[in-house]
Design a protein around this ligand. Structure first.
Ligand code: AMP
Ligand code: MG
Length: 277
């Protein structure tokens, strides 16, 4: 076994441990000693092919829904991982939902109302670009609701996710963790590259200025709302090739754990089709 394939063996995400203190510093945004992009990309390509095949049997099996949630600061790579990793899926079986500031109507409902509507049905994969976690992140940091309102939401989120899991929605949550330096590089690129200018918003800078408040809010969300049924993963995301490999591998392992099967043709259908040839 070569040095890099041995290393690849150990390159996998572990669910957040609710009793641990998550540092969420620069180190956690990197995977020290990870293989080069040239080594990771072919391995990721294989995982993506496997993911494509697994989705086919997942869809045919039809017993489960899969909900993949991506959270992360501005320019942390949410769009990129969705394009690259979720791009492996047959689009017919995927629905992507992005969550921006709530509309006037959404604000008149409970915060989970708009979320529940786009939870995927069984057989389908739902991908969230941001999610109900904004209601304990942006809402908390920007003080858009009083503390008693957002504090009550950790329990409400746990109850909601437990209910979904009991209804055979498989939930996986990825926090794309970038360092402060890497975010600066990515935001600068949005300013410099005319094809990326449109992604840049002034409130990205306001949120960047509240870096430490967001770190606290993420730490609480990730440790209070992680469970076997709906685990959080901290994805070191300073390097895209590492991020893509880790997310792809976690999704492959998730789908493999479900013992998916293609449904068998009914006996009477087979009988009726006997003379078909
Ligand atoms: P983007 O993902 O860059 O298109 O930006 C979406 C923006 O919507 C981010 O600044 C989020 O913080 C914000 N957002 C999403 N959900 C909520 C929410 N429930 N309350 C307030 N802001 C939100
Ligand atoms: Mg923003």
């Amino acid at each position: 076994m070569s040095r890099s394939s041995k290393f690849l063996d150990g390159l996998r995400l572990a669910p957040v441990d609710p009793s641990s203190h998550l540092s969420l510093g620069t180190k956690a945004a990197q995977w020290e000693g990870a293989p080069s992009k040239a080594e990771l990309e072919p391995a990721t390509r294989q995982l993506l092919e496997r993911l494509h095949d697994l989705q086919d049997v997942f869809h045919a099996d039809g017993r489960y829904a899969l909900l993949i949630i991506f959270q992360g600061r501005d320019a942390s790579g949410k769009d990129g991982v969705i394009r690259t990793v979720c791009g492996a899926f047959n689009p017919t079986g995927v629905q992507v939902a992005a969550f921006g500031p709530p509309t006037a109507l959404e604000l008149r409902h409970d915060f989970l109302w708009r979320v529940h509507q786009v939870v995927p049905p069984r057989g389908m994969i739902g991908v969230f670009n941001r999610s109900h976690y904004e209601d304990v992140l942006a809402v908390r940091v920007r003080e858009l609701a009083s503390e008693d309102v957002w504090r009550a939401r950790y329990d409400q989120i746990n109850a909601f996710e437990q209910m979904l899991a009991q209804n055979r929605v498989i939930i996986r949550k990825c926090f794309l963790h970038v360092s402060r330096d890497e975010q600066r590089t990515q935001l600068q690129e949005r300013l410099d590259d005319p094809t990326k200018n449109w992604k840049f918003r002034l409130d990205d800078l306001e949120d960047r200025a509240r870096w430490d408040d967001y770190t606290d809010a993420y730490r609480d969300a990730l440790t209070r709302c992680t469970s076997d049924a709906a685990p959080w993963y901290v994805v070191p995301s300073d390097r895209k090739s590492v991020r893509n490999y880790l997310v792809a591998r976690m999704l492959v392992e998730t789908l493999e754990s479900l013992s998916l099967e293609y449904p068998r043709i009914d006996d009477d259908v087979r009988k009726a089709a006997k003379d078909f040839k």
